[in-house]
Design a protein around this ligand. Structure first.
Ligand SMILES: NC(=O)c1ccc[n+]([C@@H]2O[C@H](COP(=O)([O-])OP(=O)(O)OC[C@H]3O[C@@H](n4cnc5c(N)ncnc54)[C@H](OP(=O)(O)O)[C@@H]3O)[C@@H](O)[C@H]2O)c1
Length: 326
Protein backbone atom coordinates (compact mmCIF):
# COMPACT_ATOMS: atom_id res chain seq x y z
CA UNK A 1 0.00 0.00 0.00
CA UNK A 2 1.33 3.41 -0.94
CA UNK A 3 0.94 6.00 1.81
CA UNK A 4 -0.72 8.98 0.15
CA UNK A 5 -0.42 12.64 1.13
CA UNK A 6 -2.64 15.37 -0.34
CA UNK A 7 -1.76 19.00 -1.10
CA UNK A 8 -4.82 21.14 -1.89
CA UNK A 9 -8.25 20.50 -0.41
CA UNK A 10 -10.51 21.17 -3.40
CA UNK A 11 -13.16 18.78 -4.75
CA UNK A 12 -10.76 17.04 -7.13
CA UNK A 13 -8.62 15.81 -4.23
CA UNK A 14 -11.65 13.92 -2.87
CA UNK A 15 -12.13 12.40 -6.32
CA UNK A 16 -8.51 11.28 -6.54
CA UNK A 17 -8.74 9.68 -3.09
CA UNK A 18 -11.90 7.87 -4.19
CA UNK A 19 -10.13 6.49 -7.26
CA UNK A 20 -6.95 5.69 -5.34
CA UNK A 21 -8.93 3.75 -2.74
CA UNK A 22 -10.87 1.95 -5.48
CA UNK A 23 -7.56 0.85 -7.01
CA UNK A 24 -6.61 -0.83 -3.74
CA UNK A 25 -3.07 0.50 -4.04
CA UNK A 26 -3.12 3.56 -1.76
CA UNK A 27 -3.93 4.47 1.78
CA UNK A 28 -4.70 8.11 2.66
CA UNK A 29 -2.17 9.10 5.35
CA UNK A 30 -1.84 12.90 5.50
CA UNK A 31 -3.33 16.15 4.24
CA UNK A 32 -1.67 19.55 3.89
CA UNK A 33 -3.78 22.69 3.83
CA UNK A 34 -3.01 26.37 4.40
CA UNK A 35 -5.57 26.39 7.21
CA UNK A 36 -6.52 23.88 9.88
CA UNK A 37 -10.19 24.66 9.31
CA UNK A 38 -9.99 23.58 5.65
CA UNK A 39 -7.94 20.50 6.56
CA UNK A 40 -10.44 19.44 9.23
CA UNK A 41 -13.38 19.99 6.89
CA UNK A 42 -11.61 17.97 4.19
CA UNK A 43 -10.83 14.91 6.33
CA UNK A 44 -14.32 14.58 7.85
CA UNK A 45 -14.99 11.80 5.34
CA UNK A 46 -11.88 9.79 6.30
CA UNK A 47 -10.34 8.12 9.31
CA UNK A 48 -6.86 8.31 10.85
CA UNK A 49 -5.43 11.05 8.65
CA UNK A 50 -2.69 13.36 9.91
CA UNK A 51 -3.28 17.08 9.25
CA UNK A 52 -0.59 19.65 8.53
CA UNK A 53 -0.51 23.37 7.89
CA UNK A 54 3.27 23.38 7.71
CA UNK A 55 4.67 22.04 4.43
CA UNK A 56 8.01 20.97 5.92
CA UNK A 57 6.28 18.94 8.62
CA UNK A 58 3.87 17.45 6.07
CA UNK A 59 6.78 16.33 3.90
CA UNK A 60 8.57 14.84 6.93
CA UNK A 61 5.57 12.59 7.59
CA UNK A 62 5.60 8.89 6.75
CA UNK A 63 4.43 9.29 3.13
CA UNK A 64 5.32 7.55 -0.13
CA UNK A 65 3.59 9.81 -2.60
CA UNK A 66 2.20 13.35 -2.62
CA UNK A 67 -0.80 14.19 -4.83
CA UNK A 68 -0.74 17.89 -5.70
CA UNK A 69 -3.99 19.65 -6.60
CA UNK A 70 -3.17 23.27 -5.85
CA UNK A 71 -3.76 26.08 -8.41
CA UNK A 72 -1.72 25.51 -11.60
CA UNK A 73 1.10 28.01 -11.05
CA UNK A 74 1.87 26.53 -7.62
CA UNK A 75 2.32 22.98 -8.90
CA UNK A 76 5.98 23.53 -9.71
CA UNK A 77 7.06 24.80 -6.28
CA UNK A 78 4.90 22.23 -4.47
CA UNK A 79 6.24 19.38 -6.61
CA UNK A 80 9.80 20.61 -6.19
CA UNK A 81 9.74 20.66 -2.38
CA UNK A 82 8.08 17.23 -2.33
CA UNK A 83 10.75 15.76 -4.62
CA UNK A 84 13.53 17.35 -2.56
CA UNK A 85 11.96 15.61 0.46
CA UNK A 86 12.22 12.34 -1.53
CA UNK A 87 8.51 11.80 -2.03
CA UNK A 88 7.05 10.51 -5.28
CA UNK A 89 4.79 13.12 -6.82
CA UNK A 90 1.50 12.97 -8.73
CA UNK A 91 0.83 16.50 -9.90
CA UNK A 92 -2.51 17.55 -11.35
CA UNK A 93 -2.73 18.72 -14.93
CA UNK A 94 -1.36 21.03 -16.21
CA UNK A 95 1.70 19.89 -14.25
CA UNK A 96 3.61 23.12 -14.86
CA UNK A 97 3.28 26.55 -16.47
CA UNK A 98 6.52 26.38 -18.50
CA UNK A 99 8.33 23.50 -20.29
CA UNK A 100 11.54 24.33 -18.39
CA UNK A 101 9.76 23.67 -15.10
CA UNK A 102 8.84 20.16 -16.23
CA UNK A 103 12.42 19.47 -17.33
CA UNK A 104 13.64 20.59 -13.90
CA UNK A 105 11.15 18.37 -12.04
CA UNK A 106 12.13 15.33 -14.12
CA UNK A 107 15.83 15.99 -13.49
CA UNK A 108 15.32 16.54 -9.76
CA UNK A 109 13.17 13.43 -9.47
CA UNK A 110 15.87 11.31 -11.12
CA UNK A 111 18.52 12.80 -8.83
CA UNK A 112 16.42 12.07 -5.75
CA UNK A 113 15.35 8.62 -6.96
CA UNK A 114 11.65 9.33 -6.97
CA UNK A 115 9.03 9.45 -9.72
CA UNK A 116 7.04 12.47 -10.90
CA UNK A 117 3.78 11.95 -12.79
CA UNK A 118 1.35 14.39 -14.37
CA UNK A 119 -2.23 13.39 -13.51
CA UNK A 120 -3.33 13.49 -17.15
CA UNK A 121 -6.17 11.10 -16.55
CA UNK A 122 -7.26 10.50 -20.15
CA UNK A 123 -3.73 9.60 -21.28
CA UNK A 124 -3.91 6.56 -18.99
CA UNK A 125 -7.30 5.32 -20.19
CA UNK A 126 -7.21 1.81 -21.62
CA UNK A 127 -9.51 3.13 -24.40
CA UNK A 128 -6.53 4.88 -26.00
CA UNK A 129 -4.54 1.63 -26.18
CA UNK A 130 -7.54 0.01 -27.92
CA UNK A 131 -7.83 2.92 -30.35
CA UNK A 132 -4.08 2.97 -31.06
CA UNK A 133 -4.20 -0.73 -31.87
CA UNK A 134 -7.27 -0.26 -34.08
CA UNK A 135 -5.54 2.49 -36.07
CA UNK A 136 -2.40 0.44 -36.61
CA UNK A 137 -3.38 -0.80 -40.12
CA UNK A 138 -4.92 2.51 -41.18
CA UNK A 139 -3.49 5.77 -42.50
CA UNK A 140 -4.59 8.73 -40.38
CA UNK A 141 -5.73 11.74 -42.41
CA UNK A 142 -6.76 14.01 -39.57
CA UNK A 143 -8.70 14.34 -36.32
CA UNK A 144 -10.88 16.77 -34.42
CA UNK A 145 -10.79 16.92 -30.61
CA UNK A 146 -12.90 19.23 -28.46
CA UNK A 147 -13.23 19.73 -24.72
CA UNK A 148 -15.40 22.66 -23.71
CA UNK A 149 -17.42 22.90 -20.54
CA UNK A 150 -19.14 25.92 -18.97
CA UNK A 151 -17.19 26.59 -15.78
CA UNK A 152 -18.82 26.70 -12.36
CA UNK A 153 -16.60 29.79 -11.85
CA UNK A 154 -18.12 31.73 -14.79
CA UNK A 155 -20.69 33.47 -12.56
CA UNK A 156 -17.94 34.82 -10.30
CA UNK A 157 -15.99 35.96 -13.36
CA UNK A 158 -19.06 37.72 -14.78
CA UNK A 159 -19.56 39.45 -11.40
CA UNK A 160 -16.09 40.97 -11.70
CA UNK A 161 -14.08 38.54 -9.57
CA UNK A 162 -11.03 36.69 -10.84
CA UNK A 163 -11.27 32.98 -9.92
CA UNK A 164 -7.93 31.13 -9.98
CA UNK A 165 -8.92 29.20 -13.09
CA UNK A 166 -9.24 32.48 -15.05
CA UNK A 167 -6.21 34.18 -13.58
CA UNK A 168 -2.81 34.92 -15.13
CA UNK A 169 -1.27 34.68 -11.67
CA UNK A 170 -2.37 31.04 -11.39
CA UNK A 171 -1.77 30.08 -15.06
CA UNK A 172 -5.45 29.55 -15.82
CA UNK A 173 -7.63 29.47 -18.93
CA UNK A 174 -9.35 27.07 -21.29
CA UNK A 175 -6.23 25.74 -22.98
CA UNK A 176 -4.42 24.94 -19.73
CA UNK A 177 -7.50 23.56 -17.99
CA UNK A 178 -9.28 21.57 -20.72
CA UNK A 179 -7.20 21.94 -23.90
CA UNK A 180 -4.53 19.91 -22.14
CA UNK A 181 -6.77 16.82 -22.45
CA UNK A 182 -7.08 17.27 -26.22
CA UNK A 183 -3.28 17.50 -26.44
CA UNK A 184 -2.84 14.33 -24.41
CA UNK A 185 -5.34 12.56 -26.68
CA UNK A 186 -3.44 13.66 -29.80
CA UNK A 187 0.05 13.05 -28.45
CA UNK A 188 -0.99 9.72 -26.90
CA UNK A 189 -2.34 8.54 -30.27
CA UNK A 190 -0.07 10.23 -32.80
CA UNK A 191 3.05 11.36 -30.93
CA UNK A 192 4.66 14.79 -30.84
CA UNK A 193 3.44 17.18 -33.56
CA UNK A 194 5.81 19.32 -35.62
CA UNK A 195 3.99 22.51 -34.76
CA UNK A 196 1.11 23.73 -32.56
CA UNK A 197 -1.11 26.74 -33.36
CA UNK A 198 -3.85 28.45 -31.33
CA UNK A 199 -6.07 31.53 -31.40
CA UNK A 200 -8.47 32.43 -28.61
CA UNK A 201 -11.18 34.64 -27.19
CA UNK A 202 -9.34 36.30 -24.31
CA UNK A 203 -9.99 38.21 -21.11
CA UNK A 204 -8.25 41.58 -20.54
CA UNK A 205 -5.58 39.64 -18.56
CA UNK A 206 -4.94 37.66 -21.81
CA UNK A 207 -6.23 34.37 -20.32
CA UNK A 208 -8.40 32.43 -22.79
CA UNK A 209 -12.12 31.78 -22.34
CA UNK A 210 -12.15 29.51 -25.38
CA UNK A 211 -10.03 28.88 -28.40
CA UNK A 212 -9.22 26.72 -31.40
CA UNK A 213 -5.96 25.45 -32.74
CA UNK A 214 -4.17 22.89 -34.83
CA UNK A 215 -1.48 20.34 -34.23
CA UNK A 216 0.53 19.93 -37.41
CA UNK A 217 1.89 16.46 -38.21
CA UNK A 218 3.87 15.66 -41.36
CA UNK A 219 0.90 14.02 -43.14
CA UNK A 220 -2.19 15.30 -41.33
CA UNK A 221 -3.52 17.88 -38.87
CA UNK A 222 -5.49 17.63 -35.62
CA UNK A 223 -8.04 20.36 -34.87
CA UNK A 224 -8.24 21.28 -31.21
CA UNK A 225 -10.99 23.23 -29.41
CA UNK A 226 -11.15 24.17 -25.74
CA UNK A 227 -13.64 26.30 -23.84
CA UNK A 228 -14.66 27.33 -20.35
CA UNK A 229 -17.48 29.79 -21.18
CA UNK A 230 -19.43 27.34 -23.33
CA UNK A 231 -20.59 23.74 -23.44
CA UNK A 232 -19.81 21.56 -26.40
CA UNK A 233 -21.36 18.17 -27.11
CA UNK A 234 -19.16 17.61 -30.18
CA UNK A 235 -17.83 14.08 -30.41
CA UNK A 236 -14.20 13.41 -31.30
CA UNK A 237 -13.41 12.17 -34.79
CA UNK A 238 -10.38 10.48 -36.30
CA UNK A 239 -10.31 10.38 -40.11
CA UNK A 240 -8.50 7.54 -41.87
CA UNK A 241 -8.09 6.12 -45.36
CA UNK A 242 -10.61 3.38 -44.44
CA UNK A 243 -13.27 5.47 -42.68
CA UNK A 244 -13.98 7.63 -39.63
CA UNK A 245 -13.69 6.67 -35.98
CA UNK A 246 -16.11 8.60 -33.75
CA UNK A 247 -15.53 8.78 -29.99
CA UNK A 248 -18.02 10.20 -27.50
CA UNK A 249 -15.27 12.49 -26.21
CA UNK A 250 -11.54 12.62 -25.50
CA UNK A 251 -11.74 11.76 -21.81
CA UNK A 252 -13.62 9.09 -19.85
CA UNK A 253 -14.46 7.55 -23.22
CA UNK A 254 -17.35 5.10 -23.29
CA UNK A 255 -17.92 4.63 -27.00
CA UNK A 256 -15.84 4.36 -30.18
CA UNK A 257 -17.58 3.52 -33.46
CA UNK A 258 -15.82 3.15 -36.79
CA UNK A 259 -17.81 3.85 -39.94
CA UNK A 260 -16.16 2.35 -43.01
CA UNK A 261 -16.19 4.18 -46.33
CA UNK A 262 -18.99 1.82 -47.51
CA UNK A 263 -21.12 2.83 -44.48
CA UNK A 264 -20.63 -0.36 -42.43
CA UNK A 265 -20.12 0.18 -38.71
CA UNK A 266 -17.80 -1.51 -36.24
CA UNK A 267 -18.05 -0.91 -32.50
CA UNK A 268 -14.74 -0.99 -30.65
CA UNK A 269 -14.61 -2.87 -27.32
CA UNK A 270 -14.32 0.14 -25.00
CA UNK A 271 -15.00 -0.39 -21.32
CA UNK A 272 -15.32 2.73 -19.20
CA UNK A 273 -13.56 2.48 -15.84
CA UNK A 274 -15.51 2.69 -12.56
CA UNK A 275 -14.08 6.19 -11.94
CA UNK A 276 -12.49 8.77 -14.32
CA UNK A 277 -9.27 8.78 -12.25
CA UNK A 278 -9.05 5.04 -11.58
CA UNK A 279 -6.84 4.06 -14.52
CA UNK A 280 -4.27 6.78 -13.85
CA UNK A 281 -4.08 5.90 -10.16
CA UNK A 282 -3.56 2.24 -11.13
CA UNK A 283 -0.93 3.19 -13.69
CA UNK A 284 1.06 5.30 -11.20
CA UNK A 285 0.86 2.61 -8.53
CA UNK A 286 2.10 0.08 -11.09
CA UNK A 287 5.23 2.11 -11.83
CA UNK A 288 5.81 2.95 -8.16
CA UNK A 289 5.58 -0.70 -7.17
CA UNK A 290 7.26 -2.34 -10.16
CA UNK A 291 9.60 0.41 -11.39
CA UNK A 292 8.56 0.13 -15.05
CA UNK A 293 11.15 2.58 -16.26
CA UNK A 294 10.43 2.33 -19.98
CA UNK A 295 6.77 3.14 -19.43
CA UNK A 296 7.79 6.00 -17.16
CA UNK A 297 10.21 7.35 -19.77
CA UNK A 298 7.40 7.31 -22.40
CA UNK A 299 5.14 9.26 -20.05
CA UNK A 300 7.87 11.83 -19.37
CA UNK A 301 8.29 12.39 -23.10
CA UNK A 302 4.55 12.71 -23.67
CA UNK A 303 4.31 15.25 -20.84
CA UNK A 304 7.26 17.22 -22.25
CA UNK A 305 5.59 17.26 -25.70
CA UNK A 306 2.27 18.41 -24.21
CA UNK A 307 3.93 21.26 -22.33
CA UNK A 308 5.96 22.33 -25.37
CA UNK A 309 2.67 22.52 -27.30
CA UNK A 310 0.84 24.41 -24.52
CA UNK A 311 3.68 26.93 -24.42
CA UNK A 312 3.83 27.36 -28.21
CA UNK A 313 0.02 27.72 -28.38
CA UNK A 314 -0.04 30.30 -25.59
CA UNK A 315 2.67 32.30 -27.31
CA UNK A 316 0.83 32.21 -30.61
CA UNK A 317 -2.41 33.42 -28.97
CA UNK A 318 -0.66 36.00 -26.77
CA UNK A 319 -1.69 34.37 -23.48
CA UNK A 320 0.72 35.63 -20.82
CA UNK A 321 1.05 34.35 -17.26
CA UNK A 322 2.83 36.00 -14.35
CA UNK A 323 5.38 33.20 -14.41
CA UNK A 324 6.40 34.31 -17.93
CA UNK A 325 7.74 37.55 -16.45
CA UNK A 326 9.99 35.84 -13.91
N1 LIG B 1 -8.11 15.82 -13.17
C1 LIG B 1 -9.26 16.46 -13.12
O1 LIG B 1 -10.30 15.97 -13.56
C2 LIG B 1 -9.27 17.83 -12.49
C3 LIG B 1 -10.50 18.42 -12.17
C4 LIG B 1 -10.48 19.65 -11.52
C5 LIG B 1 -9.28 20.28 -11.25
N2 LIG B 1 -8.11 19.68 -11.60
C6 LIG B 1 -6.82 20.33 -11.33
O2 LIG B 1 -6.65 20.37 -9.93
C7 LIG B 1 -5.98 21.57 -9.55
C8 LIG B 1 -6.79 22.31 -8.51
O3 LIG B 1 -7.97 22.74 -9.10
P1 LIG B 1 -9.11 23.46 -8.21
O4 LIG B 1 -10.16 23.92 -9.11
O5 LIG B 1 -9.45 22.60 -7.05
O6 LIG B 1 -8.26 24.72 -7.72
P2 LIG B 1 -8.51 25.78 -6.55
O7 LIG B 1 -9.88 25.56 -6.02
O8 LIG B 1 -8.15 27.11 -7.05
O9 LIG B 1 -7.43 25.36 -5.45
C9 LIG B 1 -7.29 24.04 -4.97
C10 LIG B 1 -6.75 24.05 -3.56
O10 LIG B 1 -5.48 24.68 -3.53
C11 LIG B 1 -5.37 25.50 -2.38
N3 LIG B 1 -5.23 26.90 -2.81
C12 LIG B 1 -6.16 27.69 -3.39
N4 LIG B 1 -5.69 28.94 -3.60
C13 LIG B 1 -4.43 28.92 -3.15
C14 LIG B 1 -3.42 29.91 -3.06
N5 LIG B 1 -3.64 31.17 -3.47
N6 LIG B 1 -2.24 29.57 -2.52
C15 LIG B 1 -2.02 28.32 -2.07
N7 LIG B 1 -2.95 27.34 -2.12
C16 LIG B 1 -4.13 27.64 -2.65
C17 LIG B 1 -6.66 25.33 -1.58
O11 LIG B 1 -6.43 24.33 -0.60
P3 LIG B 1 -6.16 24.79 0.92
O12 LIG B 1 -7.09 25.94 1.22
O13 LIG B 1 -6.50 23.59 1.69
O14 LIG B 1 -4.72 25.17 1.03
C18 LIG B 1 -7.63 24.84 -2.60
O15 LIG B 1 -8.64 24.02 -2.09
C19 LIG B 1 -5.77 22.37 -10.84
O16 LIG B 1 -4.47 22.17 -11.30
C20 LIG B 1 -6.76 21.76 -11.81
O17 LIG B 1 -6.33 21.84 -13.15
C21 LIG B 1 -8.10 18.46 -12.20
Amino acid sequence: MLKLGIIGTGAISHEFIKAAQLSGGYQLAAVYSRTLTAAERFVKAYEKVALYTDMVEFLSADLDVAYIASPNSLHFSHAKVAILARKHVIVEKPAVSLPAEWAELVKLAAEHQVYVFEAARNYHEEAFATIREFLRDKTVWGASFTYAKYSSKMQALLEGQEPNVFSAKFSGGALMDLGVYTLYAAIGLFGRPEKALYTAQQLPNTVDLNGAGSLIYPDFQVRIQAGKNLNSQLPAEIYTDQGTLTLDGIEFISSAIFQRLDGQEEVLPIEQAAHPMLEESQAFAGVLENGEDRTYADWQQATAAVHDCLFAMRREAGIRFEVDDD
